[in-house]
Design a protein around this ligand. Structure first.
Ligand SMILES: *Cc1c(COP(=O)(O)O)cnc(C)c1O
Length: 366
């Protein structure tokens, strides 16, 4: 606790307007009904802010204010020069706190930054900032057993005075956190998806970068799918519309009838850290064969189970996929398949520290 406070006091960065140093009260209790949490914003105590100016990042600091004051001409506002990340902190049985593969989020954010001409945040700086934010908001990390977690939202935005379409003169790297509930409050259940006629990305566009522009364009197709009674839409490959790319804002996987874990490969898919973790879990923990390859929408019959994966839910089991007016059902519309359950439980237990993780996957906050 002491350490957190001294870090704040000694770190100096460019002054950010509207921000204050916090008081040293990290041990304070919060009044949260952990069981009722969903995926909603709430202001927590402290967030991390670092500014890039004159060719370098400053040291960064923790601030109380949850409002940003930036130029009205910031490239993040007009030209979508920004990117974001999402990862979680998990309370373990012994009371310690795990971050799950934050180095992978750091590397992915560096790639997103590179794609939209923003300065990369070094991996060490990224992980150090995550740890600072979790420590400074420790009382918001939900208890072990609640299934709830502390969600971290890192982002980089182009700021400063600018009017033409060109990289911003300054950048801001922030991380805030919110406690979020377990994705499946009433237990894991399959949901149905429908394919979309819209594309989320272009063949050589920004699909593989976690940049905001990809998501603005996804809200309307999502809403259309929901209005038709589906959980979300499935995007096919933008060039031919014959292969599965993404399930809303999650990656797709299927389990073939002879137990191969299959997930699509394409340069316009956002590389999900959960997906690559499940590939490893499938191969080394469940001893399945694994393949990254094309998944044809006309060949869904090859799968006995299917799911969507990402940090928020770990796995969302797919009951069925609607394509050209027909619903293709996998295992069942109401029950989760056994392989999907195994994959989910194993990765969940690794994240919460109940099953030994592959080397380097867990970073201890405390
Ligand atoms: C963030 C995201 C995912 C999931 O990635 P994780 O690293 O597993 O959380 C998948 N698809 C899209 C489009 C995303 O934005």
């Amino acid at each position: 606790m002491e350490k957190v406070c001294s870090t704040i006091m000694t770190r100096k960065g460019l002054p950010v307007s509207n921000t204050n140093f916090r008081r040293c009260n990290v041990s304070k209790k919060v009044d949260i009904d952990w069981g009722k949490l969903r995926f909603d914003y709430m202001k927590t105590d402290l967030r991390y802010v670092s500014i890039w100016d004159n060719g370098k990042w400053d040291d960064g600091k923790l601030v109380e204010d949850n409002k940003l004051t930036i130029s009205e001409a910031s490239t993040a506002l007009h030209y979508g020069q920004q990117c974001f990340e999402g990862l979680k902190a998990y309370r373990t049985k012994d009371g310690s706190i795990n971050l799950f593969r934050p180095d992978e989020n750091a590397k992915r954010m560096a790639k997103s930054c590179e794609r939209v001409l923003m300065p990369e945040v070094p991996v060490d700086k990224f992980i150090d900032a995550c740890i600072q934010v979790v420590k400074a908001n420790e009382h918001y990390v939900p208890p072990y057993g609640s299934g709830a977690t502390l969600y971290l939202r890192p982002f980089v935005i182009g700021i400063g005075d600018n009017i033409g379409v060109k990289p911003a003169p300054q950048f801001m790297f922030c991380i805030f956190c919110v406690p979020v509930g377990p994705y499946f409050a009433g237990g894991m259940a399959p949901v149905n998806f429908t394919t979309s006629d819209f594309d989320r990305a272009a063949p050589y566009g920004t699909g593989a970068a976690k940049v905001g522009g990809n998501y603005a364009g996804s809200m309307m197709p999502h809403e259309l799918a929901v209005k038709q009674g589906f959980a979300d839409c499935i995007y096919l490959d933008p060039a031919t519309h014959t292969k599965i790319e993404e399930v809303g804002a999650a990656n797709f996987f299927g389990i073939t009838k002879d137990d191969v874990f299959v997930t699509p490969k394409s340069p316009s898919i956002l590389p999900s850290i959960t997906k690559y973790s499940l590939l490893h879990v499938a191969e080394h923990y469940l001893k399945l064969k694994v393949e990254e390859r094309d998944v044809l929408i006309d060949n869904l019959d090859e799968f006995k189970e299917a799911g969507a994966c990402g940090t928020a839910a770990v796995i969302t089991p797919i009951g069925g996929i609607q394509y050209k007016g027909k619903l293709h059902v996998f295992h069942s519309e109401t029950e989760v398949g056994p392989v999907t359950k195994d994959l989910y439980n194993t990765l969940y237990d690794i994240q919460f520290g109940d099953v030994e993780a592959p080397e380097g996957w867990i970073v201890k906050v405390k």
